[in-house]
Design a protein around this ligand. Structure first.
Ligand SMILES: [Zn+2]
Ligand SMILES: [Zn+2]
Length: 134
């Protein structure tokens, strides 16, 4: 009887240790994801419901620019582009940087290649050019 009790309590202790190790591993993975803006963006984007994506796609653009989604997308793009304008190469110390949509077709679930970092001046120029030829 005593032996059975011993074995079963040991078993419980082992199971508990296993569980703790698993939890810690999961927490580490999550911490890595959340500390990298690119992975963080993909992580959150993967959790969106169809309803949320529809809403993001249809809301007025000025409202869209205030969403957490857009904030996450911007940090991911800035990180990928190393905080430099993709057209002239200036850094955020020289000019304010903005994130430009190359295409709006995936608005609300943009791929990183749909977006690019531009400084204020290059951004204006891009829109000027596209308006002229549209
Ligand atoms: Zn520029
Ligand atoms: Zn733009």
């Amino acid at each position: 009887m005593y032996q059975i009790l011993m074995i079963s309590s040991l078993y419980i202790v082992f199971k508990l240790c296993d569980w703790i190790i698993e939890e810690v591993e999961e927490w580490k993975v999550k911490r890595n994801i959340l500390s990298n803006p690119i992975l963080r963006y993909e992580y959150y984007k993967g959790s969106y419901t169809a309803r949320k994506m529809k809403k993001l796609k249809r809301m007025p653009y000025n409202e869209y620019l205030k969403t957490q989604h857009w904030e996450l997308a911007q940090s991911a793009v800035l990180k990928r582009d190393k905080n430099k304008c993709a057209d002239c190469g200036c850094s955020k110390k020289e000019k304010p940087l903005e994130v430009h949509h190359i295409t709006y077709i995936r608005r609300g679930k943009e791929k990183l290649e749909d977006l690019m970092t531009l400084c204020k001046d290059c951004h204006k120029e891009r829109h000027f050019i596209s308006n002229v030829f549209e």
